[in-house]
Design a protein around this ligand. Structure first.
Ligand code: COA
Length: 292
């Protein structure tokens, strides 16, 4: 099913008009998985203001849509994304009103980083081809990543005289080793999906013809988990990463109690009963039997 853009928020809670999407980004929701496609194949899905503002709208809509249980971000044609659009994201805004440029950069950081990192539903980057520069932010902003063996990655900024800015260098430093990150930042050389897997930049690399099936299988695995707990686990990971140990322990215990108290499924009780009393499942090997 194709998710249709809405121009207005529904419900009494929000009166904020919503940006539509569909010109630069398409969304298809199939069996609870939202396939979000950056859709400028002629420009190798380079990220222009259209993609930026449409993605902000798409993420808001996907958060509110109860049918959507997991997100996959990918690119149309043979590219994931060629990074920020050198003309529409850099050259034109650089020459325009500074406030417009700031607004654009803020919106870009909002979707590629803050919204993606803390998105309440699981997110997967499906890297189908070219992945350069600013596209690393999208890739790393997703919780997990599956790449085609044949995909080509590159921190190409050095090749055209800028540093990997936005928040790219920070993102890269989070997931790549110092040796790998500096090597690719400083040489601008490319690498493929298999190398990305070896470096831990993506979780899985498969031949291109298996990419969609493997990504779907991963999304199905995530869909089967308790969504409330999945969200809490992801949030906790990001927060404790930068905390001292004592604070992390305190935060995690509090978060765990909060999760148990607030979980609409009361999953821990169901899981314990099924394992200890009913002997109907083994938590080491699968997810407890959920009612919903
Ligand atoms: N910004 C703006 N336009 C881009 C773009 C980008 N990042 N990447 C590709 N395009 C445009 C090209 O200008 C070209 O437009 P045109 O048809 O109007 O001339 C079109 O997309 C196709 O690009 P082309 O270079 O012919 O495709 P290719 O398949 O031969 O090569 C790439 C693909 C990705 C290797 C190459 O386009 C490229 O190096 N892009 C820039 C990558 C980059 O450095 N990104 C970092 C940005 S932060």
């Amino acid at each position: 099913m194709t998710a249709t853009p809405k121009t207005e928020a529904s419900g009494a809670a929000s009166q904020t008009p919503r940006q539509p999407w569909g010109e630069h980004v398409t969304v298809a929701v199939e069996e609870g998985i939202a396939w979000i496609t950056l859709n400028r194949p002629d420009k190798r899905n380079a990220i222009n203001p259209g993609i930026v503002y449409e993605m902000v709208a798409v993420l808001d809509a996907m958060e509110e849509d109860d049918e959507v249980k997991a997100l996959v971000v990918t690119g149309a044609g043979d590219s994931f994304s060629a990074g920020q659009d050198l003309k529409e994201y850099f050259r034109i805004p650089d020459a325009g009103p500074p406030l417009e440029r700031e607004k654009l950069y803020r919106a870009n950081a909002a979707w590629q980083w803050r919204r993606m990192m803390h998105f309440p539903k699981p997110t997967i980057a499906m890297v189908n081809g070219w992945c350069f520069g600013g596209a690393f932010q999208v890739l790393i902003g997703c919780d997990l990543a599956v790449a085609a063996d044949e995909a080509t990655f590159g921190l190409s900024e050095i090749n055209w005289g800028i540093i990997p800015a936005g928040i790219v260098t920070k993102s890269v430093a989070e997931v790549m080793s110092q040796r790998d990150a500096l090597y690719y930042i400083m040489t601008g050389e490319t690498f493929d999906g298999k190398q990305a897997r070896q470096m831990g930049l993506v979780n899985i690399s498969v031949p291109r013809e298996e990419l969609r099936a493997r990504t779907t299988a991963l999304a199905e695995t995530l869909k089967a988990k308790n969504p409330f707990v999945l969200r809490a686990a992801k949030t906790a990971y990001h927060h404790v990463k930068t905390m001292p140990w004592d604070s992390a322990l305190d935060y995690l215990m509090a978060k765990s109690d909060h999760t148990k108290f607030r979980d609409p499924e009361q999953g821990d009780k169901a899981g314990m009963k099924q394992f200890l009393d009913d002997k109907s499942f083994r938590p080491g090997l699968q997810t407890y039997q959920r009612e919903s």
